[in-house]
Design a protein around this ligand. Structure first.
Ligand code: SAM
Length: 309
């Protein structure tokens, strides 16, 4: 009996350690994203980073080609961040469901606009997110933004969170797909379809073209000849953070992605990232030639607007 209990205890310990490591990985990926947004010069992201006061993961001392990787990722993240804010404001969505967005300066800004924002994340990120909001959010943002913890594959959890929003929702999701297994991704899209059917509205994402989009961002800064290298270096960096392979090939073919969405009762239309030339913070760090190339990028249809069939 004693031996049996010891085996059970050991197994439990292993599971707990594995789970803890899993949480650490996702928290790391959340923090790295914040690092890029801060590097782009977004004041809200800089405030989050200062507040959580954790060691910065990547720097010139531990990552080859750091300067180029940082600038490319900072630009990519700011484009996503600003495009989502512009879309929500342009369509004047009163409700935003920000999925797996990690610590979200974007939620804080949209909450400050007076919109209701639910951030869906893992519990450890939610605890940190709530605290950051209390510390650096405006009164309006604190009132309007709420972090709620659920797994993306949790049908009831996602619906319960969405039900706190009254009226049409704009779901924002960016960059999580590469971390998910096929079955979790499929379940997440089933859940999103259910939310859109019940509440109306849309989901915006660039996940179905992220590989091309990121490579184009790198090319705008450092030329076509360097873009594949920067993509691969960034991928290797995220795999290091994540501690596992990421599935960046999934659903990058447009027809395959549209079929996948159809299977889950969804349909997509592609729209430009921005409807007018954005004033990005990162422009202060770019040359006039780079800015011109970035401005060309902002008119491309990297944003997928997904609705229920
Ligand atoms: C790299 S971040 C995503 C980046 C962010 N959405 C963006 O705009 O770039 C991945 C986030 O997804 C969350 N996440 C990963 N797997 C999840 C799951 N199964 N359910 C809920 N959240 C998850 C992690 O906590 C992490 O904050």
């Amino acid at each position: 009996m004693k031996k049996f209990l010891a085996v059970i205890m050991f197994a439990l310990m292993l599971t707990t350690t594995a789970r803890a490591a899993e949480f650490e990985m996702v928290e790391y990926s959340a923090q790295v994203k914040l690092q890029w947004l801060a590097a782009a010069g977004i004041p809200e992201a800089q405030k989050f980073l200062k507040l959580i006061n954790r060691p910065v993961f990547f720097n010139a001392g531990n990552l080859n080609d750091f300067e180029r990787i940082e600038k490319t990722n900072a630009l990519y993240q700011e484009l996503n961040y600003a495009a989502a804010i512009e879309y929500v404001r342009g369509k004047n969505y009163k409700n935003v469901f920000d999925l797996a967005c990690s610590l979200s300066p974007r939620a804080m800004i949209l909450g400050d606009d007076g919109r209701s924002v639910i951030v869906g994340e893992l519990q450890s990120v939610c605890l940190l997110g709530d605290w950051c909001l209390e510390e650096i959010g405006s009164k309006k943002a604190i009132k309007n933004v709420e972090y709620l913890s659920f797994w993306l594959q949790d049908k009831q959890g996602m619906m319960n969170a969405a039900d706190k929003l009254k009226g049409e929702v704009c779901i924002i999701e960016q960059g999580v797909m590469i971390y998910l297994t096929d079955d979790v991704r499929a379940q997440m899209y089933e859940n999103i379809r259910d939310v859109l059917k019940k509440h109306g509205g849309c989901m915006i994402t660039s996940d179905f073209c992220q590989k091309k989009y990121f490579t184009d961002v790198a090319a705008a800064l450092y030329g076509e000849g360097n873009s594949a290298t920067l993509y691969n270096e960034t991928k290797a960096m995220y795999e290091k953070v994540f501690g596992d392979k990421i599935s960046d090939e999934s659903l990058q073919d447009e027809q395959e992605a549209l079929e996948f969405l159809k299977t889950h009762g969804l349909v997509a239309r592609k729209v430009p990232l921005f409807t007018r030339t954005p004033a990005l913070n990162i422009f202060k760090k770019l040359t006039p030639e780079q800015i011109q190339k970035v401005n060309e990028l902002t008119t491309r249809n990297y944003l997928w607007v997904i609705t229920a069939l």
